[in-house]
Design a protein around this ligand. Sequence first.
Ligand code: NAP
Length: 199
Amino acid sequence: MKVVVIGASGTVGKSVVEELGKRHEIVTVGAGSGQYRADFTDIAQVRAAFEQIGKVDAVVVAAGSLHFAPLAEFTPEQFYVGLNSKLMGQVNVALVAREYLNDGGSITLTSGIVAEQPIRNGASATMVNAAVEGFVRAAAIELPRGLRINAVSPTVLEESMDSYGPFFIGFEPVAGKRVALSYVRSVDGAQTGQVYRAW
Ligand SMILES: NC(=O)c1ccc[n+]([C@@H]2O[C@H](COP(=O)([O-])OP(=O)(O)OC[C@H]3O[C@@H](n4cnc5c(N)ncnc54)[C@H](OP(=O)(O)O)[C@@H]3O)[C@@H](O)[C@H]2O)c1
């Protein structure tokens, strides 16, 4: 299969590329890295990238920024960081991928454990991750041509503990290699509308 990975150079993305790359041709995309460049918050850039890439069999997104802060200090602008990036960036990709996927192809988005297990400073993260999962469940029943869409909800990765560890006290980190298997199940499997919990 030809598989586009958006966010391929990231902590999650690198593990996903390594696992999927064992069986599939990978096309890497990032805002400032990868074989093709697209800032996924701008749907025109996403469309331009797919125009160059052409037809594909699967699209994976392992990207999306979020702002973390105490609820008492959160500003609307800070909420829009996650809404514009992790939510609408991924929705943009799904909307465009629908047109470039071969029949029976798949879209795999990324949410996160805080969708279900809130943490301090995580109001935006919980909101956005839950919205990504809601989008996936709803889009799955409307996609044409046997197209599938799922989300992977990773817990904190072992590789990210230096940066995210203090936010995730008491959470068991998981190796990127294991998280990547959930993306593999979405791409190589047959389910749709699912949230694969990589915990
Ligand atoms: N790491 C964890 O422990 C963890 C746990 C749960 C969920 N997640 C979720 O997994 C996703 C990836 O996290 P990560 O830790 O792997 O992040 P990361 O290491 O910061 O990597 C982010 C990736 O996304 C790309 N990217 C960033 N902004 C982009 C944009 N506007 N348009 C297109 N691509 C963009 C980056 O490439 P460029 O720099 O080239 O743009 C990079 O490849 C996020 O949604 C995060 O919330 C991560």
